[in-house]
Design a binder for this molecule. Structure first.
Ligand SMILES: [Cu+2]
Length: 162
């Protein structure tokens, strides 16, 4: 009887450990698969002769490691750069960046007046309401393809008027 209980306890313990391990692995795998989530990618609408366009989004990092956005690609542009707008001697200035950092379990807000992507030298400026296919390459070896909606931004207009 005692031996049977011991065996049963052992079996339960093994089962529990196995279950926990399985759950943990599953958890980790899930995070790896969905480490980066891109929300609301959009391009600020611009006149047909605009030399460059701004691309914005929120990038969520659900993983436990810092991740870098290394490059952005899209068809129909001379080149695409990662930029950050900073204050320099009381002036707003755009500075080209080698990467964008997305902190572990955090969000990078790629937005007007801050981190942004510049689509330079468009063959044709997309119209409001169109979508542009964008591919983003990260240093964790993944590439994400998103469709960015071209839209106006009233907030920025108000901001500029201040
Ligand atoms: Cu810029």
């Amino acid at each position: 009887m005692f031996n049977q209980i011991k065996k049963l306890t052992l079996a339960l313990a093994v089962l529990t450990i196995f279950n926990n391990t399985f759950a943990m692995e599953h958890h980790t795998a899930n995070h790896t698969a969905t480490g980066i989530v891109i929300n609301d990618p959009w391009i600020r609408s611009a006149p047909p002769n605009a030399p460059a366009l701004g691309l914005f989004m929120q990038i969520n990092n659900n993983s436990d490691k810092d991740i870098k956005l290394l490059s952005v690609n899209a068809r129909g542009y001379k080149r695409i750069e990662l930029h950050r707008t900073i204050m320099h001697s009381g002036m707003m200035k755009m500075v080209k960046q080698d990467f964008m950092p997305i902190p572990a379990q955090g969000t990078l807000h790629v937005k007007l007046g801050s981190w942004h992507v510049m689509l330079i030298g468009p063959k044709r400026v997309p119209r409001t309401g169109e979508t542009v296919t964008i591919s983003l390459k990260f240093d964790n070896g993944t590439t994400q393809v998103v469709k960015a909606l071209v839209k106006k931004n009233g907030m920025m207009k108000n901001h500029l008027m201040h």
